[in-house]
Write a protein that binds this ligand. Structure first.
Ligand SMILES: C[S@@+](CC[C@H](N)C(=O)[O-])C[C@H]1O[C@@H](n2cnc3c(N)ncnc32)[C@H](O)[C@@H]1O
Length: 277
């Protein structure tokens, strides 16, 4: 069983002093220049200073590797349709939004911020998002600080309220049974009608793999890396246990170099859409 410890020590393979062009991509650069209005020559310095602050909050590999600059939602074929759905008044939640880069991209692409919500366990990340994107006084999207598993939170009050939920590198924070539980809670946040959908990407694998204990959400994590088959089987089980049918699409891709660095040849990225029938 593989084991990795999360530490604030920067001498780890998942901490990069500066972002390279696979991390600070042209798309991320454009968002920060055009949306955040940071002059081109200062973009890297700005990004690095926010990364360093965030690393002290909690040293997720995605912070060390500037994954908070990754714009994944836009890569889905459904993206233009999602922007249109939001323009028609539907509501989107970015669950485990961290700095909320996907939310800013949606707004930059013309989605009404009033219909967009972000939720994260750590308020500091939400605040750092305002700093990264320089929009504390302008962004109308709503951010909620909540633990997905807290059924007394402000998020729990929004059960049944979202048409679309994006989850980037979120479900993989739990082991298999944890993912079943969290997926059911996320599914309950969907509007109970056909077409409501969850989409996202996370660490997956060719052969489904249970990793060893690491130190992630609250000092403990047992990441389960789904294969296409195990992800679909998990949602089949959720359908049976909840009586709600979902259509599930998945695809695996070779992960970004940073993820490969501390994982095995078996590791992939899994992209998924889960649509309520
Ligand atoms: C690995 S990061 C992914 C961030 C972002 N979605 C992305 O793809 O770039 C996971 C995020 O989930 C949040 N998180 C972890 N456990 C959570 C929980 N129990 N409830 C809500 N958010 C949680 C973390 O604070 C962190 O911002």
């Amino acid at each position: 069983m593989e084991k990795f410890e999360l530490t604030r020590d920067k001498n780890v393979i998942w901490y990069d002093e500066r972002p390279d062009e696979t991390q600070l991509t042209p798309a991320a650069r454009q968002l920060i220049e055009v949306y955040s209005k940071i002059p081109a020559a200062q973009v890297e310095k700005h990004v690095v200073s926010v990364q360093q602050e965030a690393w002290e909050v909690f040293p997720y590999p995605c912070i060390g590797q500037y994954r908070f600059l990754e714009l994944s939602l836009k890569k889905f074929d459904e993206y233009p349709g999602i922007v249109r759905r939001l323009q028609r008044g539907e509501r989107l939640l970015d669950m485990g939004c961290c700095f909320g880069q996907e939310i800013r991209q949606l707004v930059a692409d013309g989605a009404p911020a009033e219909n967009i919500y972000g939720c994260d366990l750590r308020e500091e990340y939400i605040k750092l998002g305002y700093k990264l994107f320089c929009d504390r006084d302008t962004l109308k999207a709503k951010f909620i600080t909540a633990n997905i598993l807290d059924d007394t939170s402000a998020l729990a009050d929004l059960k049944g309220n979202f048409d679309i939920i994006f989850t980037g590198s979120f479900f993989h924070l739990w082991d298999y049974e944890g993912q079943v539980k969290v997926s059911k809670v996320v599914a309950d946040l969907l509007r109970p009608q056909s077409g409501s959908m969850i989409l996202g990407r996370q660490v997956g694998a060719i052969t489904a793999t249970q990793l060893g204990t690491a130190n992630v959400t609250s000092g403990k994590m047992d990441m389960f890396q789904h294969s296409d088959e195990s992800f679909k089987a998990m949602w089949e089980r959720i359908s049976q246990e909840t009586g709600v049918q979902y259509a599930v699409d998945t695809r695996l891709e070779i992960p970004p170099a940073g993820i490969q660095k501390f994982n095995s040849d078996n590791v992939r990225r899994i992209w998924f859409t889960v649509t309520r029938q």
